[in-house]
Design a protein around this ligand. Structure first.
Ligand SMILES: [Zn+2]
Length: 435
């Protein structure tokens, strides 16, 4: 590098650095413009990842399974190019196929994905890939400071803002298919880098690189056979034939001895046995979600009921059945399902939210308010709950707290049916001027 160019870079680096953080990429060693620094990556992760985990029906309630996934993940994270991030790994209860990473290192894999994996080497390939998204700061590059308003569950707004709420749309939103708003969308180049480096990490950690081929075959097969199930995974991790071929070619470069390492199938199957035991129920839930997405609420309800019959103690199955009941305006049966779900998994906030929305429909704003308060205790930081709290107060005739919550809501969300409603009330009550 010549002196002038170096000087220019220094100036550029310093100048931009003061504004936006020009950082050295831990993977490439190149300086690059980062809109958010390490501290912000970690903060963003802490703020947002719990909302995504809840949208995925919470982490699985089996500590041994989470511990296993965390152990496999941490072995890879430690040898990554950015080992000093606060990585953590868990399984979440969603039925579709996905795995994702938040910029501070919070990484999750769904039950639907675990069902497809055959051995620990494939799990390592998946987690290694996600770790690179953190280590190479892909997420930080893609993620703008997305406000939590994108998380606002619009379905609840429809309940409030419309005379005749669109229950099918409500159920679709609350059913989890509108999730993923908080996840970064990676470029194909990001994916290529994650595949390549993830493979290096897993081999260095002692895994058999053939696990990467297994993973790629799962993704390719799913994409061809059941595109709906993995839609989200491919919107966040684009997959193409070229990506598959590149990854397979990279694996073939390793020696015969490396490629004949153990894949730890037994260990993996033992750790994930509880998920496989639920396969019949999870497959019904996958079909129920597809039916909800197509607005076939009757079929969705039948499928969800079959899932509950197969797994009556499964939180996710109860929530999905409740959602399909809500979609068909069967309010009391829906509420019963959400109550069962709350008993099965008291700390998971989503059932509280759904119960609150249902109670509002049943003209019970006082009981609804309790549910929304509980939600906010369990998972603070969702503006939708601020709105719903205000709305319950309004329905109860408590104008002062209603106004306070609406005002607070408008500080974080300015658009959409809820914001319109809040603004109209505040103007009508003389709290703010018509603007
Ligand atoms: Zn990816």
């Amino acid at each position: 590098m010549n002196a002038a160019r170096y000087h220019r870079r220094q100036i550029l680096g310093l100048g931009l650095g003061a504004l936006a953080g020009c950082a050295v990429n831990p993977v490439t060693g190149e300086r690059q413009l980062m809109l958010i620094d390490r501290g912000s990556e970690i903060n963003l992760d802490r703020e947002q990842s719990p909302h995504q985990f809840s949208a995925d029906f919470g982490r699985v309630q089996e500590p041994a399974l989470n511990d296993y996934i965390n152990r496999v993940g941490m072995e890879l994270a430690r040898i990554s190019d950015r080992p000093d991030m606060p990585y953590s790994f868990r399984a979440v209860n969603a039925s579709h196929l996905n795995a994702y990473a938040f910029p501070g290192g919070s990484i999750a894999v769904t039950r639907g994905m675990l069902l497809e994996l055959d051995n620990e080497a494939e799990l390592a390939a998946l987690l290694g890939h996600e770790i690179v998204h953190v280590a190479a700061r892909h997420t930080a590059q893609r993620m703008t400071q997305q406000s939590l308003s994108s998380l606002v569950l619009t379905g609840v707004g429809q309940v409030v803002a419309r005379q005749n709420p669109d229950y099918a749309a409500l159920a679709r939103d609350l059913g989890g298919l509108a999730q993923g708003a908080l996840l970064a969308r990676y470029s194909r180049e990001d994916e290529r880098q994650s595949d390549r480096l993830g493979l290096e990490y897993m081999v260095e950690a002692g895994h058999n690189p053939e696990g990467m081929v297994g993973l790629m075959e799962i993704l390719r097969g799913q994409r061809q056979n059941q595109p709906g199930l993995v839609q989200q995974m491919f919107s966040t991790h684009p997959m193409g034939e070229q990506r598959y071929r590149t990854a397979v070619a990279a694996v073939r470069q390793y020696s015969e001895s490396v490629r004949s390492r153990a894949r730890h199938r037994e260990r993996f199957r033992e750790a994930t046995a509880s998920v496989r035991a639920l396969r019949p129920a999870i497959e019904k839930l996958q079909a129920a979600h597809a039916a909800l997405a197509a607005e076939k609420t009757g079929a969705a309800q039948t499928l969800a009921r079959e899932a509950v019959r197969r797994a009556p103690d499964d939180y996710t199955a109860q929530v999905v059945l409740g959602t399909t009941l809500l979609a068909r305006e069967q309010l009391q049966p829906a509420l019963n399902r959400f109550r069962t779900a709350m008993e099965l998994y008291p700390d998971e906030p989503r059932a509280h939210h759904l119960a609150g929305a249902t109670l509002l429909q049943m003209d019970q704003p006082g009981a609804a308010l309790e549910r929304f308060r509980r939600y906010q205790k369990l998972l603070p930081g969702n503006p939708a709950m601020t709105f719903m709290t205000g709305y319950c107060h309004e329905r109860l005739g408590n104008r002062q707290p209603a106004a306070e919550h609406y005002y607070q809501y408008l500080q974080s969300v300015q658009q959409g049916p809820q914001a319109q409603h809040a603004r109209r009330r505040l103007v009508a009550w003389g709290v703010i001027q018509q603007g």
